[in-house]
Design a protein around this ligand. Structure first.
Ligand code: D6G
Length: 861
């Protein structure tokens, strides 16, 4: 047998599924709005035509898809504006505690569809476009992704923004408006080539410049001491210009703000040159200051200690904190009379969440603002800082931990370095008092590291300066307490929390997977959209043939759509009846894309050795970006592409195995690929992936997971039951126990299939034009293997066999899919945000919620 047709229902076309779902909706009399009222269509049509004419200055005949998209985006944004203004006024009037999420990354992706869905105007907009003879999908695809993030950390920030608005919280995102987001990845000759992401080239219809709130940010200079204390003088000033993007909650009339800062040279920049008549040079040099917000650093899980990055981090925190203090002091704040110029209730009104240590200069900067600009005493200021700040750790990989050289800090931020030294002095006094004579502990815990080049350990600074520290999945939080921050946990056990990450079910199911959304809502109602725990109600349908059939058909429809995309955007022919085995995330050795490669090669060798064997046809889809300076990650991409060349061009393999490298993986592509996945690969070495959030997105979209006991996989398996999760490999303790005597070559010597695969990598089988091309990969794996791929190889291969066996039983597979969806409720970012609110921000979400009366917006008139 060369291929398995998992289900006779595959003969039904796309219409078949639509008909099945619609039929089902009618029969069960469930109201899911497909049809919009005629009046709203007419209103939207008028607004759209007006924007096309007046905003874009185009008529229908010469408008491109992009002009039409822009006209629609402006139309949709109009419906946000009144709600946005009302929400912000409401916050001033009621004066709740405000939550500020400070992050160097907000990986937002596209905005149009999400906004239509959250405002509940999608059917009306679709009706309008249909009436105008336009294809909504084409317009949606004209939108550039806002790629202001690298991976999970940045996308988490975006999901939390959606959830905070949905819960009605007075929340703000503060970040940087990079001119260039994460680079565009091209594949040329199998290699990654980076191209600049000029996402703002044609304008961004979702943002509003707010030059009236411009803020000066200082750098360099020196410190003057006088009776009043220390003064930072002779600084160079850069202006921070805010750009605001509205963040709508899900159908609750709340619209919050994400404020991103853009750098602008100040008028006085290089005044000397102007004065000396070097006018042109002075104008050209303004670029130097404006480079601060030029480009997102494209590293994931790696620290790069460059001056420009340090300036970015400070630019964000300084502008944001000055803005937060401006808002705190604003006379518009109701109920705050008498407190506006006192900081005594600051920490009752302000919560700052630091997304990793990237914004940890917020701690010395808030100290500086309170001490030097507002005249507070040290003890008073320190108490405020600690009560206000909280720190989320995102990784325990040592190369990712930020440790800034004191030499660089001394030059760029001399006053901050001084403040950090004082913080450390007080802190170490406490340590000494608590652990008298334990000099080694004092050295380990110091914020200032003295060995080698003198550095500031930003994680230590963040723990000391915050009232709460959290990891992002249970296993990760436990590792923080037992390993990297053990000393700190012993001293301040009450500071440490776990808050498992989550994803927004609106974007990651409702927006990206409409057929599954309809099936779920038809089956259990729509409450799951704002309380994902309701998905549990799906469990009782696991034996209902009707529901199982729909699940199978929905997945097939999504696979057909992805197959069409791959055909159009890369000329890959893939068989939608094959298993879609998907491994998409940043390329990194710890994420073990190479383990996946070893499996592919093993499958290939088996088919070659035994052409008549029964095979479950697979399409292995691998995608992700490598940091431009990460040699090994780039070589891994080349290897995947070369394996694809060999496998896909071998006629004897036919449809049994296909390998696709997905170019330029990003948020909008994730929305296409995740709903189409049968199998989700989450195979990092146990103890390395803090949480992962891709894993949750696949689960929610009905993919089964093959994974290790790492990050949130542990909790996903717990929720769904061990029998519904493909587990393999060593657990974290086994990894640690094995490490001291680990000798990878033993596995190579003892496992013939593994040896064959590694030899092929080494001997040019996949690189005939350059036989030694992949030798570094071979050497790494056989002689070092930091991430222990060889130790987990056999267990992984055996586990993949169990995957095949289940896939041959399509109804049983679909039942397990249903159970995975049913068990995904815990992984909503609504739950994540609710936990931050109660455990860290000191806010009860039910009191906190500020429901706004429903307004029928007349913005579109
Ligand atoms: C947003 C919405 C707008 C408001 C502005 C300033 O751009 O309505 O005026 O924020 O708000 P604060 O920064 O004063 O809160």
């Amino acid at each position: 047998m060369s291929s398995v047709d998992p289900d006779p229902l595959s003969r039904l076309g796309v219409r078949g599924l639509e008909a099945l779902v619609d039929d089902d909706t009618k029969k069960r009399q469930i109201s899911i709005r497909h049809i919009a009222p005629k009046e709203s269509i007419n209103t939207l049509k008028d607004a759209f035509n007006r924007h096309l004419h007046y905003t874009m200055a185009k008529d229908r005949n010469e408008a491109s898809d992009w002009h039409l998209y822009m006209a629609l985006a402006h139309t949709v944004k109009d419906t946000l504006v009144s709600r946005w203004i009302r929400t912000q006024q409401h916050y001033y009037k009621k004066d709740p505690k405000r939550v500020y999420y400070i992050s160097l990354e907000f990986y937002m992706g596209r905005t149009l569809t999400n906004t239509m869905v959250n405002l509940d105007i999608q059917p009306a907009c679709e009706g309008t476009m249909r009436k105008l003879g336009l294809d909504m999908e084409e317009l949606e695809n004209s939108e550039e992704d806002a790629g202001l993030g690298n991976g999970g950390l940045g996308r988490l920030a975006a999901c939390l923004m959606d959830s905070m608005a949905t819960l009605g919280m007075a929340a703000y995102g503060y970040g940087i408006r990079y001119d260039y987001g994460i680079f565009e990845q091209k594949i040329k000759g199998g290699w990654q080539v980076e191209e600049p992401d000029e996402w703002l080239r044609y304008g961004n219809p979702w943002e509003h410049a707010r030059p009236e709130f411009t803020i000066p940010v200082h750098y360099y200079g020196n410190i003057e001491h006088n009776e009043q204390g220390s003064k930072w003088v002779n600084t160079q000033v850069v202006q921070a210009i805010p750009y605001d993007t509205p963040i709508p909650g899900f159908r609750n009339n709340t619209v919050n703000t994400m404020r991103l800062w853009s750098a602008k040279a100040s008028d006085s920049f290089n005044l000397n040159f102007f004065n000396n008549g070097e006018y042109l040079k002075a104008v050209y040099d303004r670029n130097l200051a404006e480079n601060i917000s030029r480009v997102l650093y494209p590293n994931d899980n790696v620290f790069e200690g460059r001056e420009l990055r340090l300036k970015q981090e400070y630019f964000l925190v300084s502008a944001s904190l000055q803005d937060i203090i401006r808002r705190y002091k604003s006379p518009k704040r109701g109920g705050a009379h008498g407190f506006r110029n006192s900081f005594s209730i600051f920490s009752q009104k302000v919560a700052l969440q630091l997304n990793d240590t990237h914004p940890s200069l917020a701690i010395p900067e808030l100290m500086r603002l309170l001490l030097d600009e507002n005249g507070l005493a040290w003890e008073n200021a320190w108490e405020i800082v600690q009560n206000t700040c909280a720190y989320t750790n995102h990784t325990i990989l040592p190369e990712a931990l930020e440790r800034w050289s004191t030499q660089l800090l001394e030059k760029v931020l001399p006053r901050h370095l001084q403040i950090i030294y004082i913080i450390n002095h007080h802190f170490l006094d406490d340590v000494k008092q608590r652990y008298p004579g334990d000099e080694d502990r004092v050295r380990r815990m110091s914020i200032v590291e003295e060995e080698g080049e003198k550095r500031i350990n930003m994680a230590h600074l963040s723990i000391v300066g915050s009232h709460a520290v959290n990891g992002v999945a249970r296993i990760h939080s436990n590792l923080l307490k037992s390993k990297i921050f053990k000393d700190f946990y012993e001293m301040y056990p009450e500071k440490f929390h776990n808050i498992t990450n989550g994803i927004t079910p609106r974007r990651w199911l409702m927006v990206c997977n409409s057929s599954l959304t309809k099936i779920i809502s038809n089956t259990i109602g729509t409450e799951w959209l704002t309380n994902l725990h309701f998905l549990r109600n799906l469990e009782s349908f696991q034996t209902e043939e009707r529901v199982i059939r729909l699940i199978i058909e929905s997945k097939k429809e999504n696979k057909r759509k992805l197959a069409a995309y791959l055909k159009q955007n890369g000329n890959f022919e893939v068989n939608p009846n094959s298993m879609f085995d998907v491994h998409v995330k940043r390329i990194h050795e710890y994420k073990r894309q190479l383990l996946n490669c070893l499996h592919i090669i093993t499958l290939y060798n088996r088919i070659k050795a035994n052409p008549d064997m029964e095979v479950v046809p697979r399409t292995v889809i691998i995608g992700g970006k490598a940091a431009p300076g990460y040699f090994m990650a780039k070589l891994i991409i080349k290897l995947v592409n070369n394996i694809a060349q060999v496998v896909n061009n071998d006629e004897s393999i036919q449809d049994k195995l296909k390998v696709v490298f997905l170019q330029n993986y990003r948020v909008s592509l994730a929305e296409k690929v995740i709903p189409a996945a049968d199998l989700s690969q989450q195979i990092s070495t146990a103890g390395t992936e803090a949480s992962g959030t891709g894993n949750m997105k696949f689960m929610l979209n009905g993919a089964l997971t093959i994974g290790t006991l790492d990050g949130a996989n542990v909790e996903m398996r717990e929720e769904v039951g061990e029998e519904n999760f493909f587990l393999f490999g060593m657990n974290e303790t086994e990894v640690e126990d094995a490490r001291p005597n680990y000798y990878p070559k033993k596995y190579y010597d003892e496992d013939p299939e593994l040896k064959q695969a590694l030899d092929q990598i080494n001997n040019g089988f996949f690189s005939p034009e350059d036989q030694g091309l992949f030798r570094d990969i071979y050497n790494q794996l056989v002689f070092s293997d930091r991430y222990m791929l060889l130790a987990d190889f056999r267990s992984y291969i055996e586990c993949q066999k169990r995957v095949d066996e289940l896939y041959c039983r399509p109804r049983e597979w679909a039942r397990v899919c249903l159970l995975n969806i049913a068990a995904a409720g815990k992984f909503s970012s609504d739950r994540t945000v609710t936990e931050y609110a109660s455990k860290i921000w000191g806010v009860d979400p039910s009191d906190y919620k500020l429901p706004l009366p429903h307004v029928v917006s007349n913005d579109s008139h």
